[in-house]
Write a protein that binds this ligand. Structure first.
Ligand SMILES: *Cc1c(COP(=O)(O)O)cnc(C)c1O
Length: 484
């Protein structure tokens, strides 16, 4: 009864059938390619700087862009406005206890605010925090507090093409070695569900249990970043034998039971806004709680509106529904398989969060110093109106000599916000990427013209190294006639 739910087609085709209907819609616009060329130039070839009015499918991120359910919208209407002791908070606390199994809850305005509070409470100068892999904001908060990170991904986790079902696993021998070397210098161990920056790749419960074992032996708290826990639970059910018959609700509880502290961004996990830190250990809760009124708001709202709190409570309960959390992974897998059939290089196995196109494989003639992932993101927007995100050297930094620190991988990430796109829209993405791949030699590189010193990928501006955008547009017109 709990086996993974699928509907098979008579045709034998592998179609991810939508288990929802669309009742509120937003009109989209697809400006013609000439206007898209103007738009991407105005945006300095940086998709962050496009206006949504210029974008057909917004695949920049899943953060705060998942579709909300009718039940979430309904709950927002009966929110209990109160500075302290709100019933909305009581409902959120109950939802966290039921779904994640943690009794003590600290509300925060989004995921990075949880990271701020955890890092300020536990990370001291010179500390080392072992983790499977970093997330941008996590790393920043640990560094701001004087700490360092060590990344302990299993072997092969960074390979683009792989059949390892759990690339997010931690290398346990390396974890033991770090703890043996650093001793008291390790304040926390951090595991991230559906490891974001390596392509939404999950860890297994067997691996998480081993990390728990090491943490217990060393007496170090284990922190779980649960921002993308739903998709990780879905993959555990699909890929880990022990859990084939388990319910998603039971898998979520078992995952959280391994961790001393669980935190999350509600912009992702519960298709709402806000975030929280939760634990069953009173002394950990007490060590952090004073920072919530200081940075966020009173302990029963933490910087969130009560409507968001209600939406989070309902959204968390919906995370136990396989049809909800399986929606984006199944669409991502569909697109990944189609792109592979066209021999377009993509990160495999298909993960959560988005489809990740390997820009160095796609554009082998563009040197990494000319930002192939940024060039591919700009070129793809130009020929499709679809906005993805650069995850490569533009998102990296420069060293003390002013040279680019080349990224581990150059990826174009096409995010799949939950239950937002239709399958024909996914077919459009496939079709345009396929065309671009046949014309890939037309795409050239980029160089910075305005480069902020920190987090340059958000606001930096670039230009093309030649007239390639113009030539790509001309090729599009020649092949597609008067099509948008
Ligand atoms: C998005 C994200 C965060 C940060 O959450 P925000 O709500 O954007 O501040 C932290 N960890 C992971 C894994 C994330 O995906």
């Amino acid at each position: 009864m709990n086996a993974t739910q699928t509907v098979r087609f008579f045709s034998g085709e592998n179609i991810p059938l939508e288990m929802h209907k669309v009742r509120v819609v937003q009109k989209l616009f697809l400006p013609p390619v000439e206007e898209r060329l103007e738009a991407i130039r105005r945006a300095g070839f940086n998709t962050f700087l496009l206006s949504t009015r210029e974008v057909y499918l917004d695949m920049l991120t899943d953060s705060g862009t998942n579709a909300m359910s009718d039940a979430q919208m309904g709950a927002m209407m009966q929110a209990d406005d109160a500075y302290a002791g709100s019933q909305s908070f009581a409902r959120m606390q109950k939802a966290i206890e039921d779904v994640l199994g943690k009794r003590h809850v600290l509300p925060v305005h989004q995921g990075r605010a949880a990271e701020n509070i955890i890092a300020q409470s536990y990370v001291k100068p010179g500390n080392v925090v072992p983790m499977n892999y970093h997330f941008t904001t996590t790393l920043a908060h640990i560094q701001v507090n004087g700490g360092k990170i060590v990344e302990l991904l299993c072997d092969g986790a960074l390979d683009i093409t792989s059949d390892n079902p759990f690339k997010g696993n931690m290398d346990i021998a390396k974890l033991r070695a770090v703890i043996a070397r650093e001793g008291q210098n390790v304040p926390l161990i951090r595991m991230e569900a559906s490891t974001n920056l390596i392509g939404g790749q999950p860890f297994s419960l067997a691996n998480l249990r081993q990390v728990r074992q090491v943490a217990s032996e060393a007496g170090i708290p284990l922190v779980l970043d649960a921002s993308l826990i739903g998709e990780n639970a879905f993959f555990i059910k699909q890929r880990e034998d022990e859990f084939k018959q388990a319910s998603i609700a039971d898998i979520l509880l078992e995952m959280c039971a391994q961790a001393d502290i669980v935190y999350f961004s509600s912009r992702k996990v519960s298709s709402s806004r806000g975030g929280a830190i939760c634990t069953n250990r009173g002394e950990l809760f007490d060590a952090m709680k004073a920072l919530v009124p200081l940075y966020e708001g009173f302990l029963t709202y933490g910087g969130m509106s009560v409507r968001e709190i209600e939406a989070m409570a309902v959204g968390l309960r919906e995370t136990t529904d396989e049809a909800v959390i399986g929606q984006s992974p199944s669409f991502i897998r569909y697109l990944v398989e189609r792109l592979q059939a066209h021999r377009i290089p993509v990160v495999t196995p298909a993960g959560g969060l988005g489809c990740h196109v390997d820009a160095m494989g796609f554009l082998p003639h563009v040197p990494q110093q000319q930002y192939p992932a940024g060039a591919l993101a700009a070129a793809f927007y130009l020929i499709s109106g679809v906005r993805g995100m650069e995850r490569g050297t533009v998102s990296s930094i420069r060293d003390e000599n002013g040279n680019d620190v080349l990224a581990d991988a150059e990826l174009l990430r096409l995010a799949f916000p939950r239950r937002v796109f239709t399958l024909s829209q996914v077919n459009y993405v496939e079709d345009r990427l396929h065309w671009l791949h046949t014309r890939r030699e037309l795409v050239g590189g980029l160089r910075f013209v305005e480069e902020p010193a920190v987090l340059r990928f958000f606001m930096g501006r670039l230009e093309a190294t030649s007239d390639w955008p113009q030539r790509l547009m001309t090729a599009f017109r020649a092949d597609f006639g008067d099509s948008l």
